[in-house]
Design a protein around this ligand. Structure first.
Ligand code: SF4
Length: 347
């Protein structure tokens, strides 16, 4: 079992449930926009939010952002260790430092001493793209772990062990190999992610492959699925991945939809997508089946909590267990389903 750390109220490692993180993509200095995005991430089920701290104003903004939000906040620091000091003064719950670009050990020590005084954990975030190339020519698993070791040793020498580590590359196999190697040497909790994973489709495939493989081996204590786009998607993807791996069991709406085929009588892609979007943040345990025909559709639709199956004239039949089916015009189908889903959520 890994060591445990606490980021605000969230326990990471030590057998705690794997947590889901994301990162805002607003300008941290724009407090209203950042608060709004943190609230959206929280509503989607995020456990921890990271903020880019690009200058002193961004660091100081954390104080106001913290007052308006309830979720633990992590300050992401590159290059300038003074920003880490300011972020801690502003009340941030944790830090992420990049060993590749805060190289002066004296600077790191100053941050570590302050973090120790304040009881703030630090993530050593090693990224293949920002590895210190003077010391490590290639981002091999061995070099990634060695880069983490530099900072870990420095922290341990100061008696600091509230450490979490990430080893991220944009390669699925490279990320898995680096994290596996790390786990053979250290028992600090691991933050998993594939960096620069791309837009939604690429990231879902890469992240699910890499994180899925590691999580099933028992490697990984907290995750971020990096997606180019709305960070709320990262949270939805992270929660679903943990759900599908049976690592978390939280109320959520699962949309089951058939792949469609030559028997399809009603197009369902737009309906399934809209339902997925509108139910993404709902905390209720429901399955909703969206099926393209009445050959195989009704069986699956009745098996779910709610279901629809396309009919010959392009309309839908709505099923709720063994009750008599209700015919729905295509245009009314999503709203009808959402009414039933929301009623179940508010029961
Ligand atoms: S439910 Fe009907 S439309 Fe969908 S894949 Fe099965 S047979 Fe084809």
């Amino acid at each position: 079992m890994t060591k445990a750390i606490h980021i605000g109220s969230v326990r990471i490692g030590g057998g705690a449930p794997v947590s889901v993180q994301s990162m805002t993509n607003t300008d941290t200095r724009d407090i209203p926009a950042t608060v709004a995005q943190i609230r959206a991430l929280t509503a989607a089920g995020c456990d921890i939010v990271r903020l880019a701290v690009i200058d002193e104003d961004a660091a100081k903004s954390i104080a106001a952002i913290r007052k308006e939000t309830s979720i633990p906040l992590v300050a992401d620091i590159h290059f300038d260790h003074k920003l880490a000091l300011l972020a801690m003064e502003a009340g941030v719950h944790a830090l992420r430092l990049n060993p590749g670009n805060i190289r002066r050990h004296e600077d790191v020590k100053t941050v570590v001493r302050e973090a120790a005084d304040r009881g703030i954990p630090i993530r050593v975030g090693v990224n293949a793209g920002s590895l210190d190339r003077a010391r490590y020519r290639e981002p091999t698993p061995e070099n990634m772990v060695a880069a983490a070791r530099d900072h870990i040793t420095l922290m341990e020498d100061l008696g600091f062990t509230a450490i979490k580590v990430s080893l991220k590359t944009s390669s699925v196999t490279g990320t898995i190999a680096a994290n596996r190697l790390f786990r053979t040497k250290y028992d600090y909790p691991l933050h998993l992610g594939v960096t620069e994973a791309g837009t939604l489709r690429s990231s879902l495939i890469k992240s699910s492959a890499a994180l899925g493989a590691m999580l099933l081996e028992g490697i990984g204590d907290t995750i971020r699925i990096s997606i180019t786009g709305d960070p709320v998607e990262e949270v939805i993807a992270g929660r679903r991945l943990l759900q599908y791996l049976s690592l978390r069991d939280e109320p959520m709406v699962e949309i089951i939809s058939c792949p469609t085929c030559g028997r399809t009588t009603a197009a369902i892609e737009d309906i399934a997508s809209e339902l997925e979007r509108r139910t993404a943040g709902l905390r209720v345990r429901l399955t909703v089946a969206v099926m393209g025909c009445v050959v195989n559709g009704p069986g699956e639709a009745r098996h779910a909590d709610f279901g629809i199956a396309g009919t010959e004239d392009g309309s839908f039949l709505f099923f709720e267990k063994e009750q008599a089916p209700v015919k729905l015009a295509r245009a009314d189908t999503v709203d009808f389903l959402m009414n039933r889903i929301n009623a179940a959520a508010n029961r």
